[in-house]
Design a protein around this ligand. Structure first.
Ligand code: ADE
Length: 236
């Protein structure tokens, strides 16, 4: 991914501070700037092959609009060669366990009329992580021995908890996991023709109301996703 004479930039987004913390701690030459309503952290990582990649990371905030705005900002300002989303998700798949990883093979919006949305560029009804980035992530996950699937992830603008809501999400999207940003990140990346990958570590079984969930320490699961981002960067 490193281009001749120029350091390649990789953009990394999370929705919450915990989803970016571990990565930020592992960067060298770190600078923080405030722009476009975001704090953007830049730094470098030395890859296993001894190349340097520049990382530009930010916490977008929750929801599809915040994710879309932050993704577009990073692409426009920093011209990354790839966009990675690192975060947690609720599990909808009984074969998966907390802290397993779902790579976003397919991302689908919740509660959305995709006939209308797909009438505009990029004219698709669902979004896919880049196969080359998925392959790099799989190699890293296999080396770590982390259980993962390449699955379907649903993105919507509300937290999902309880039998009725999970049944509705599964019926609408067939998803293995649910979160609030991934489809928007891939949507904007595709509009800009930038390869992107959504990484989600499972933090819950979509059975806990947000009022309780927000008091949980999610850093262990957020770190699982962030560690994978670092391992991917090292493989570039
Ligand atoms: N992120 C983590 N868990 C979630 C859930 N249950 N619903 C939506 N987003 C989530």
């Amino acid at each position: 991914m490193t281009t001749e004479n120029r350091i390649a930039t990789i953009a990394v987004l999370g929705a919450l501070d915990e989803e970016i913390d571990l990565l930020a701690r592992h960067l060298s030459d770190v600078k923080n700037v405030k722009e476009a309503g975001l704090t953007v952290t830049t730094g470098t990582v030395v890859t296993n092959r001894g190349n340097t990649v520049r990382v530009v990371a930010t916490v977008a905030g929750m929801g599809t609009v915040a994710a879309a705005a932050a993704t577009q900002h990073l692409i426009t300002k920093y011209s990354p060669v790839a966009v990675l989303f690192s975060g947690i998700a609720g599990s909808l798949n009984k074969d998966l366990h907390i802290d397993d990883v779902v790579l976003g093979g397919t991302l689908r919006y919740l509660d959305s009329d995709m006939e209308l949305i797909s009438a505009s560029n990029p004219e698709v009804k669902e979004y896919h992580s880049d196969p080359r980035l998925i392959r790099i992530a799989e190699q890293a996950l296999e080396e770590q021995g982390t259980k993962y699937i390449i699955g379907v992830i649903a993105s919507g603008n509300h937290f999902v908890a309880g039998d009725e809501l999970t049944a509705s999400v599964k019926e609408q999207t067939g998803a293995d996991a649910v979160e609030m940003e991934g489809a928007a990140v891939l949507h904007v990346a595709l509009k800009n023709k930038v390869p992107a990958l959504v990484i989600r570590a499972l933090s819950d079984n979509a059975d806990t109301e947000y009022e309780s969930f927000r008091h949980f320490d999610i850093s262990r699961f957020a770190d699982t996703a962030s560690e994978l981002v670092l391992a991917i960067l090292k493989r570039m």
